[in-house]
Design a protein around this ligand. Structure first.
Ligand code: ADP
Ligand code: MG
Length: 694
């Protein structure tokens, strides 16, 4: 490997390259756009496009692509070459400011939830100058936002950018009222920790369920799972280590600050954490990370699984969204500082987050809902489906003291266990102190832990930013006329924390008592996507997004429909895959095995053997289960056919309540037969082979 600082960002048209390659005035104009969101004129765009193209061509590129994040949940790209006809049949390499700023992919085949009828197929991609362009596979990638001809938002990036703007403008207002007039911009930052599985490609190729759905639909547990807890942070196998080294190098070239890597709880499960970046860049980088993970795995004869629950019985994969807010003057607004009890600014921002999470807990829940994540939330390995906040001992004590009007004693100051002076005064909560909380304060940021591993983090982040902006705006309005600003802040903080203390829970989120307690507190407990998604269109939520100019009512409805439709389709594909596996492979395999047992028994008998107990008891047990299995397969088939009578929310509920339940029952029967059938006959690699095969 070349030296790391040189390698880092070598495939990115980053600030240094811009400064080197752009005329000074152009560079300054572009920086103003990136930093302050000022509009960009075409002459600047032309100069930037030209410099980008020259760099890309030097790097061996022939094509460019507008890279965007449609509602499918995966990124999209359409490649155009730089070639331009010149005289006498020659070509030159050209790239104009217009081409940089605007692309026009055919939008008709992307989900739009009925917004854009197919005859109005035009969609536009527009350059997002705040996320740098980069090179992959000899193509210049330009991060863009995606909207329809008539201006409706069709992607996951636009609402995020808008929410960042909104939160910035409101937070700046608030800080100005507090006397911090030097602050001109506030940004949200995110560090997403990404979990994934790696399995051997040869195993993957033999599992239609993983190929079609990303997860195993059948599979009896291996004799060993994760019970010894020997995989978490365990030493990394050579092959995995080679993959990780390659992955790091690829990501570093792309300017992704991949920082931490380790084995996770389940066998074959791993994690990568980057250093945090602005929400926008973190989102782009997380999408890139997932893509590069998959590509890099291929090179190593591996397959990277990003599904939330590839294997039953061992942990699934999530994503921790570490989130904070900082100013352009370098201050983290969620840092309590040395004396949080005197830090009214921190208390005000904390109160805004507490109120936001309480009032919009349903949005936080539904933004992490997916067919895959339904297997995790509430299943004692991920946070529960109930959204609550963990503040830890220090902040918890502060909140209590504010509510009760008592003096505050930091748990950190009275409880110096290590006696080491270099530890911060305000104790940084290590996440293992409460790993069960969905939304935990971790020292100077919040960690939203309910995200599924394959989720585009743009969605939870635009919702989080918007709800916090909304609460801050209410505080701003109260503060703007105040005579005594400090007294008013104290009033707001006390009132808010008192009213919203119900969202704070520092105990064990996995316990049954919490489920009951949460119900008493009136917190939502939506166990599946359809239950949660139903609340997307509640008036309170529609008001939040429309009032803050993030997405329109029509766009909310379209997103709601897309989410429900994708969920139903996913379960549909899972059911069809199961039926296919059952009919074409599992049932015939068991019949063949039973047949071989019968032949063995007959042969033994004819030789005069006195016992054929082993054969007959197996034959009986397998035949009995097989009969149930075949009947259950038929039931599932009928249930899938009956789905045609429903649509929308009803359809999704039907898939969840009826189809999903039948799938679980069918699986249980299949797995029972797997444990009794000769491995020679069983058509699919076992859990043991897959999970311990790398
Ligand atoms: P741990 O959760 O083990 O304490 P870290 O404190 O290193 O780990 O942080 C985990 C993730 O949080 C990393 O991706 C890190 O970059 C990110 N992070 C740290 N500070 C911030 C911040 N101010 N805003 C957003 N993310 C942050
Ligand atoms: Mg974490």
């Amino acid at each position: 490997m070349a030296n790391l600082p040189e390698l880092f960002g070598s495939m990115v048209f980053n600030d240094r390259k811009m400064e080197e390659r752009l005329p000074h005035a152009t560079y300054k104009a572009l920086k103003r756009t990136i930093k302050n969101g000022e509009p960009l004129d075409l002459s600047v765009a032309n100069a930037v496009a030209n410099a980008m193209k020259e760099w890309a061509v030097e790097m061996g590129c022939t094509h460019y692509t507008h890279w965007f994040q449609p509602m499918t949940g995966v990124t999209a790209e359409k490649h155009d070459s730089f070639i331009y006809p010149a005289s006498d049949g020659q070509v030159i390499m050209e790239f104009s400011g217009k081409e940089l700023i605007k692309g026009e992919p055919d939008a008709s085949s992307f989900p739009s939830g009925g917004i854009r009828a197919t005859f109005e197929a035009r969609g536009y991609t527009t350059w997002d100058p705040t996320s740098p362009a980069f090179i992959r596979d000899k193509t210049l990638y330009i991060p863009t936002a995606f909207c329809s001809y008539t201006g409706e938002v069709l992607d996951k990036k636009t609402p995020l950018l808008r929410s960042m703007e909104k939160l910035s403008s409101v937070a700046v207002d608030v800080l100005h009222l507090l006397g911090k007039t030097d602050v001109t911009r506030v940004t949200t930052t995110v560090g997403p920790e990404q979990e994934y599985f790696l399995i051997d490609k040869s195993m993957y190729d033999k599992r239609p369920d993983i190929i079609y759905t990303g997860r195993t639909l059948f599979g009896a547990p291996a004799p060993k799972g994760q019970e010894l807890e020997d995989h978490y942070f365990g030493s990394i196998k050579t092959r995995v280590s080679a993959f990780m080294a390659d992955l790091d190098e690829e990501l570093w070239k792309l300017g992704v600050m991949a920082k931490t890597k380790h084995n996770e709880v389940a066998p074959s499960q791993h994690e990568l954490a980057p250093i945090f970046a602005t929400s926008n860049i973190a989102t782009d980088h997380n999408e890139l990370t997932m893509e590069v993970m998959k590509k890099t795995a291929e090179k190593h004869g591996l397959v990277c699984l990003l599904h939330e629950k590839p294997f039953a019985g061992v942990n699934g994969s999530g994503k921790h969204n570490n989130w904070s807010i900082s100013t352009n003057t370098g201050e983290n607004l969620l840092d309590p500082g040395k004396n949080p009890e005197e830090n009214l600014q921190f208390q005000l921002f904390l109160a805004a987050v507490v109120k936001a999470v309480h009032e919009y807990q349903d949005l936080l829940r539904l933004t992490v809902a997916s067919a895959g994540n339904d297997h995790r939330l509430g299943a004692n390995e991920a946070p529960p489906a109930i959204i609550s906040m963990y503040l830890g001992d220090d902040l918890g004590a502060l909140v209590d003291s504010i509510i009760n009007g008592e003096e505050y004693h930091s748990a950190g100051k009275t409880n110096m266990l290590t006696g080491v002076d270099v530890l911060p005064d305000f104790r940084k909560d290590t996440s293992d102190r409460n790993r069960t909380s969905p939304f935990a304060f971790t020292g100077n940021k919040f960690e939203f832990r309910a995200l599924g591993s394959s989720l585009n983090i743009g969605c939870p982040n635009y919702m989080l930013n918007t709800m916090v902006a909304e609460e801050l705006a209410q505080f701003r309005d109260e503060l703007s006329g105040a005579e005594d600003i400090n007294a008013t802040i104290k009033d707001i903080v006390k009132k808010t924390l008192t009213e919203h203390r119900n969202i704070i829970f520092n105990g064990d989120n996995y316990s049954d008592e919490w489920v009951e307690e949460a119900a008493r507190r009136g917190l939502c407990n939506y166990r599946s996507l359809p239950e949660a998604m139903a609340h997307f269109i509640d008036k309170k939520n529609v008001d939040l997004f429309t009032k803050n100019g993030i997405i329109t009512e029509q766009e909310i409805y379209s997103r709601y429909e897309i989410e429900l439709e994708m969920y139903s389709k996913q379960l549909h594909i899972e059911a069809l895959t199961m039926i296919d596996m059952a009919e074409k492979n599992i049932t015939p395999a068991v019949i063949a095995f039973v047949n071989s047992l019968s032949n063995a028994a007959l042969a033994k008998k004819s030789l005069g053997a006195y016992s054929i107990y082993a054969e007959t008891s197996l034959i009986e047990e397998l035949s009995d289960t097989l009969e149930k299995f075949v009947k259950k397969t038929d039931e599932l088939k009928a249930a899938v056919e009956a789905a045609a009578q429903y649509e929308g929310l009803e359809l999704a509920m039907y898939y969840r309540k009826t189809v999903f339940e039948l799938m679980n029952e069918l699986r249980a029967l299949g797995d029972a037969m797997e444990t009794k059938t000769s491995a020679k006959y069983w058509p699919y690699p076992s859990y043991g082979e897959i999970l311990f095969g790398v």
